[in-house]
Design a binder for this molecule. Structure first.
Ligand code: FES
Length: 127
């Protein structure tokens, strides 16, 4: 017999067979002062470029793709950066053309964009 129902672990909700989003894109929009030694994605137009991708996705009528702002992802020196799931693919971008190419090729077409891809060695991550 249970003596304390609060000690019971919470029950996970039932899982659907399909994820809500087919692709989930996270843009780092973290901003630091210009003089900060690590720099920041937000200081390099990442928020504007994220908003550009969102508008383009809406124009294209993409419904099962989610594009979100995110905080610092600890790759500041490479920024501005985004990561795309479910693959966990990292990209560096600088222009609207870069972002449009990533959306059309990787997100919609499933074809990575090697010229913008970031290959990260986890052992080099900043502590
Ligand atoms: S500020 Fe963008 S990864 Fe740190």
């Amino acid at each position: 017999m249970k003596s304390d129902t609060l000690s019971e672990p919470p029950q996970a909700p039932p899982q659907t067979s399909e994820p809500v989003y087919q692709v989930h894109v996270f843009f780092c929009i973290n901003e630091r002062p210009e003089t900060h030694w690590r720099g920041s994605c937000g200081g390099k137009r990442s928020r504007q470029l994220c908003d550009y991708m969102c508008r383009l996705a809406m124009t294209l009528g993409l419904r099962r793709i989610r594009i979100n702002h995110a905080g610092c992802m600890n790759l500041c020196e490479h920024g501005p950066v985004m990561v795309i799931y479910p693959e966990g693919a990292w990209y560096k971008f600088e222009t609207e053309q870069d972002v449009a190419e990533i959306l059309r090729s990787h997100v919609v077409g499933g074809r990575p964009v090697p010229r913008l891809a970031l290959s990260i060695d986890p052992s080099t991550l900043h502590g």
